[in-house]
Design a protein around this ligand. Structure first.
Ligand code: PBG
Length: 324
C-alpha cells in the first residue's frame, strides 16, 4: 500500500462515500440514560458540576422517563438519594425506599422502558463507602448479604435489570443465586466488572451525595494502571453469571474495552461517567467545542473500541441528533 496507487483521500471526498465505508455506527438502541432520584415532590435540583442533569423527585423522574422513552432510548439506570443515611445503608433495602418507589412509579407510567438499578451502598451509608465497615476497611464478605437484599428489593419493586457497582468480590454470584432462588431467574445482571478508582467520578459524588467521609475507594475499585487485571475481573463476573460486562469510566479506558471485546462474547457496556460529561460540557459551555460534534465523536469512539452499550448523560441529546 503506497502512494500514489493508494490514496486514502479517495473515499473521503463526499458525504455519501464516507457514509458507505463507515465502520462504526451509533444507534439510539445503544444508549442508557442515568437518573438521580430524590425524596419529596416537585423537586428538580440542578447539579452544579453537571449542567443539564438534576436530582429529581419521583414526579419529575416519571416525566423525564416518558421523554426518554419517547426519544426511543431503551433504558435508564437509577441512582437514589435517600433522606437518611446510616452505617449499614439500611435505606438501600427498604421496600418503600427511594429507589424502590421510583422503580414502581416508572414501571407504572412507562412499562416498556427498561429500568436498570445501581446496586451499591455508597449513597445510603453515613460514611459514604460502598459496603459495611470493619474499622476503617470495607468488609467484603459482610457486605455481600446486604447487596443481595438490595438487589432482591429492586427485583421485587419491578426492576428489569440489576447492576452491582460496589466492587466486592463474589457479589455477582451471590446476587445471581439469590435471584434464582426467589424466582427471578429471568432477571439479567449487568456487572460493573471493570471499575476503576477514578477521579472522573467527582461530579457524581456531588450528584448522589456519596463522597466517602474518610479515605477513598482504592481498597476495592481497580488501580487505573492495570489493564490485564480487567480481564480477570470480567472473566470472574461472567463465571458468576453476569449477562453484560461493563467498563467504567469509558474514554480513558478505551484500550481496556478493546481488549475485552477481543476476548469476550458477552455484550459489553461502557459508562461515560460524570467527570467525562462535566469535562466536555465545561468546554462546550465556554464555546471551545462544538457540542454535537464532540459528543457524537466521543460516543462513536467508545463504540469503535468495542462497547455495545453506552451509559451516558448525553443520551437524550444523542438520541435527538440520531433521530434527526
Ligand atoms: C456507585 C457508583 C458510582 C458511579 C456509579 N455508581 C460512584 C463511585 O463508585 O464512586 C459513578 C458514575 C459517574 O461518575 O457518573 N458506587
Amino acid at each position: 500500500m503506497y502512494f500514489p496507487i493508494t490514496r486514502g483521500r479517495r473515499l473521503r471526498r463526499t458525504a455519501s462515500l464516507r457514509r458507505m465505508v463507515r465502520e462504526t455506527r451509533l444507534s439510539v438502541d445503544d444508549l442508557i440514560y442515568p437518573m438521580f432520584s430524590t425524596v419529596g415532590k416537585g423537586v428538580k435540583r440542578p447539579i452544579a458540576s453537571m449542567p443539564g442533569i438534576f436530582q429529581q423527585s419521583v414526579d419529575h423522574i416519571v416525566k423525564e422517563a416518558k421523554e426518554v422513552h419517547g426519544l426511543g432510548i431503551p433504558a435508564v439506570i437509577l441512582f437514589g438519594i435517600p433522606d437518611h443515611k446510616d452505617a449499614t445503608g439500611s435505606g438501600a433495602i427498604a421496600a418503600d425506599g427511594i429507589i424502590q418507589t421510583t422503580i414502581r412509579a416508572i414501571k407504572d407510567a412507562v412499562p416498556e422502558l427498561t429500568v436498570i438499578t445501581d446496586v451499591c451502598l455508597c449513597e445510603y451509608t453515613s460514611h459514604g463507602h460502598c459496603g459495611i465497615l470493619k474499622g476503617e476497611e470495607v468488609d467484603n464478605d459482610a457486605t455481600l448479604p446486604v447487596l443481595v437484599e438490595e438487589a432482591l428489593s429492586h427485583a421485587e419493586a419491578g426492576a428489569d435489570m440489576v447492576a452491582p457497582s460496589d466492587m466486592m468480590d463474589g457479589r455477582v454470584g451471590a446476587i445471581r443465586e439469590a435471584l434464582d432462588e426467589a424466582d427471578y431467574g429471568h432477571l439479567p445482571i449487568m456487572a460493573y466488572a471493570v471499575k476503576y478508582a477514578s477521579a472522573f467520578y467527582g461530579p457524581f459524588r456531588e450528584a448522589a451525595e456519596s463522597t466517602p467521609a474518610f479515605g477513598d475507594r482504592r481498597g476495592y475499585q481497580m488501580d487505573p494502571a492495570n489493564g490485564r487485571e480487567g480481564l480477570i475481573e470480567a472473566a470472574m463476573d461472567v463465571e458468576e453469571g453476569a449477562d453484560i460486562i461493563m467498563v467504567k469510566p469509558a474514554m480513558p479506558y478505551l484500550d481496556v474495552l478493546r481488549t475485552l471485546r477481543d476476548e469476550l462474547d458477552q455484550p459489553l457496556a461502557a459508562y461515560q461517567v460524570s467527570g467525562e460529561y462535566s469535562m466536555l460540557k465545561g468546554a462546550i459551555e465556554r464555546g471551545w467545542f462544538d457540542e454535537e460534534r464532540v459528543v457524537m465523536e466521543s460516543l462513536t469512539a467508545i463504540r469503535r473500541a468495542g462497547a455495545d452499550l453506552i451509559l451516558t448523560y448525553f443520551a437524550k441529546d444523542a438520541a435527538r441528533w440520531l433521530n434527526g
